[in-house]
Design a protein around this ligand. Sequence first.
Ligand code: FAD
Length: 460
Amino acid sequence: MRIAVIGAGPAGVRAVETLVAAGHRPVWIDEAREGGGRIYQRPPQSLRRDARMLYGFEARKAEGVHATFERLAPVVDWRPETLVWHIRPQARRLSTQHQGRTQATVDYDAAILCTGAMDRVVPVPGWTLPGVTTMGAAQIALKTQGCSIGARVAFVGTGPLLYLVAYQYAKAGVTVAAVVDTTPFATKFAAAPGLLRGGATFVKGIYYIGWLRAHGVRVVEGATPVAINGTTDVQGLRWRGSDGREDLVACDAVGMGWGLKPEAQLADLAGVPFRFEPLQHSWIPECDTSGRTPVEGHYLAGDGAAIGGADVAELAGARAALALLQDAGQSVDAVRVAALDRALAGQQRFRIALERAFPYPAALAASVADETLLCRCEGLTAGELRAAAREDHDVGPAPEMNRAKAFTRVGMGRCQGRVCGPAAAEVLAASLGRDVASIGRLRGQSPVKPMPMLVPEATP
Ligand SMILES: Cc1cc2nc3c(=O)[nH]c(=O)nc-3n(C[C@H](O)[C@H](O)[C@H](O)COP(=O)(O)OP(=O)(O)OC[C@H]3O[C@@H](n4cnc5c(N)ncnc54)[C@H](O)[C@@H]3O)c2cc1C
C-alpha cells in the first residue's frame, strides 16, 4: 500500500512511527530540511545549540521527537526540502517541488496530512514596516538562526505564544520593550478553572508571565493596539489601555500574533469540507477524533486539523495512522487506540479553556481603520474592502469572501489569503452586518505556497 505522510512535526513523526511499526514504508515529505516541525524546529548544523537552550522546558520532548525522526528517516522514503504544492484526491497524486528546482509527482493510496499551523494576525497601522514580524517568525529567527528581530522588541497580540516568545527573547538577552496583550486579565481569570487542567503546561505559562514581570518587563493586558510608529522603520508601539488612555513604548521591532490557525490548504484541495469552529473562531477541516476525513483515504492530524498544541499533535499523529491501518484492514492494538482516544479527550478540555482565556479579538479585526493596509500582497486597504461590501457590482455587493476576492483581489496575492484572510473576513462580515461564519472563507488554491517557476534549460 502506498502511503504518503506530509509534515514531519510532532504529528508526522508519530504517524510515521506507527506506520513503520506496522510494516509500512511511507513516502514522508516536508519542506523543511529535517524533522521537528515548528515547535521543535532545528537550527542548521553550524548553529546547533544545546537542546535546553533551544527548547527550554520542552527540551526532553524535542529530543524524543528528533531521535524518533533520526531513526525513521533512513527506513522510509524521506523527502526533505520538498513542498507539496498540489493534491489531486481523485487521482490520489501529490505534486511536489524539491529545493525549488525539481518537480515530481507522488502517487498514494492513503495520505495523512500533518501540515501544522501558522500565525493569525490583525492588521495594525504600520504592520507592514520592516521590523514587524509575526510572533512565530520572531521565534523562528531566534530558534533556528540565533537572531533577534531587533535590539529592543515589543510584542503585541494574545495567546500563550505571546508570553513564551517574549520570555525566550528576554532570556536570550534581548531588551523586551513591552508585552501588550489584547485580552483583559478578567477574561483569563474566568478561564482559570479549565486552565488548571493543563497541569504542567499551565504552570509553565504562569512562570513565563511571572518571570517577565519579575525582570522588569512591562506587561499590559486588555490593550487595544493603535499603531506601530515609524516611516521607514519601526520607532515605537502605541496602544490604548483598558482605561482608554494612549501609551507608547520606543522599540525597533515588533512581533505580533493572535494565536494560530491550521495550515489546511492541502486538506481544502483534497476536497475535505470545512466548518466554522466558534471557539477557535476559525474555519477547520472536518475530521473525526481519529483524523478520518469524509474524503476516503485522507486523514488529518495535529494543528493542521485543529489547533491543539504539540502534545495533542503527537497523540493525533499516532491515532490517525491507526485509523488508516484499520481502514486498510490491518489489525491494530485496541488498548492503544482506547488510550489515545482518552488522552486526546482529556487534552481537549484544556484546549477549550485556552481558547476562552485568549479569544481572537474579532471586534478589533472588524474595526481596522479604513486607511490601514489589509491585504499586503495586493496593496488593498480595509476601506477598499468595505466599499466592495457596499457597492453594487451588477450582481449586488460582495456577499461572501470569494466574491469579495473577485471584486477587490483581497487574498489573491502570494499569501493566497493565508495572512490577511481571517481579518478580511471580519471586515467584510461587519460591513455586511452579518455573522463572520456566514460569509464563508477564501477557497484554497494551488500552489498552496509561493514557488519558483521552472523554466526548462535551453538546449545549446
Ligand atoms: C511559527 C510557530 C512557532 C511555534 N512555536 C511554538 C512553541 O514555541 N511552543 C509551543 O508549544 N507551540 C508552538 N507552536 C505550535 C506548535 O508548533 C504546534 O502545536 C505543533 O508543532 C504542532 O505539530 P504538527 O506536527 O501538527 O505541526 P508542525 O510542527 O507545524 O509541523 C508541520 C510540518 O509540515 C510541514 N509542511 C506544512 N505544509 C507543507 C507542505 N505543503 N509541503 C511540505 N511540508 C509541509 C512543515 O514544514 C512542518 O515541518 C508554534 C507554531 C508556529 C506556527
